[in-house]
Design a protein around this ligand. Structure first.
Ligand SMILES: [Zn+2]
Ligand SMILES: [Zn+2]
Length: 140
């Protein structure tokens, strides 16, 4: 990984939804960055895949109106902008109640959060072809 990317992933990062009403900033390092091929991510985002970057909730500061939230499965909360619909966050009891996953592509610079694995690859669309050097796992 280029040195600049390593350094950038340890500093502060900002992001926002498409309309800019909801903004956030994150301090410190991510503990996980991955691509998800699951059907729930696909339906809630409207995209073939989602990319998620994980943090401890205290690392993230939100600005603007609260995210709209709904539960996509038991113990899972997904957050999105109530105006433009951008998918912003995911949290699940199964993945640690203290953790939050931010949609990687809502960061100003998503390039710094290089995915290290592809999860739920068993649910991937057959016509989707991605960088095969990123390890794949069927579940999580
Ligand atoms: Zn918005
Ligand atoms: Zn998913």
């Amino acid at each position: 990984m280029p040195k600049a990317i390593v350094e950038n992933s340890k500093s502060n990062h900002r992001g926002q939804c498409f309309c800019g009403l909801i903004k956030f900033s994150v301090t410190g390092e991510t503990f996980w960055s991955a691509i998800c091929h699951c059907n729930s991510c696909r339906l809630t985002s409207g995209a073939p895949i989602m990319a998620w970057t994980g943090f401890i909730k205290e690392q993230v500061k939100w600005k603007g109106p609260a995210r709209k939230e709904f539960s996509s499965s038991e113990g899972v909360t997904r957050g999105f902008c109530g105006i433009c619909g951008t998918t912003l966050s995911y949290s699940g009891e199964k993945f640690g109640g203290e953790n939050i996953f931010i949609s990687t592509t809502t960061f100003e610079n998503p390039e710094v959060f290089v995915p290290t694995e592809q999860v739920f690859s068993c649910e991937s669309l057959t016509w989707l072809s991605l960088n095969d050097s990123i390890p794949k796992v069927d579940m999580l």
